[in-house]
Design a protein around this ligand. Structure first.
Ligand SMILES: [Zn+2]
Length: 132
């Protein structure tokens, strides 16, 4: 992929990432406010375990990120940005084919070409619904 194209997709990804981080910040704030309101008793018990608090907060943050669709999307966008740095961006991670520019334009964090993506979707559908 040409340097100019890489820069173009990098801009797309960065723009998406900024929007997502903003969205997640709002979500997190809402989630935290709900926790404080819903479980005041439990929360005060928490604060006494000062030593564990840091890890707990981090684990909860990670769990929170992965529980949300935007959190997972953010992860994929970060991975795509890493591939731009590696210069492996735009190549299918399954078969190594170039991912079409039309597909990258629509899904700049795509890691599979459309053929491999369809195969993956088909395999998933065969396994039945996946709620994770
Ligand atoms: Zn492929």
């Amino acid at each position: 992929m040409k340097k100019k194209d890489l820069e173009h997709y990098e801009q797309l990804l960065l723009k998406k990432r900024t929007a997502l981080i903003e969205e997640l910040g709002l979500l997190k704030k809402a989630a935290l406010e709900t926790t404080i309101k819903d479980s005041t008793g439990e929360l005060s018990a928490y604060t006494y375990h000062m030593a564990d608090q840091g890890t707990d907060a981090m684990e909860r943050e990670k769990a929170f990120l992965f529980a949300s669709k935007s959190g997972r999307l953010l992860y994929h966008i970060n991975e795509a940005l890493r591939r731009i740095q590696d210069k492996t961006y735009g190549k299918c991670q399954e078969c190594g084919a170039e991912i079409s520019s039309a597909r990258l334009e629509a899904v700049p964090h795509a890691r599979l070409c459309i053929k491999c993506k369809e195969k993956e979707e088909f395999a998933k559908a065969k396994e039945g619904p996946n709620f994770s």
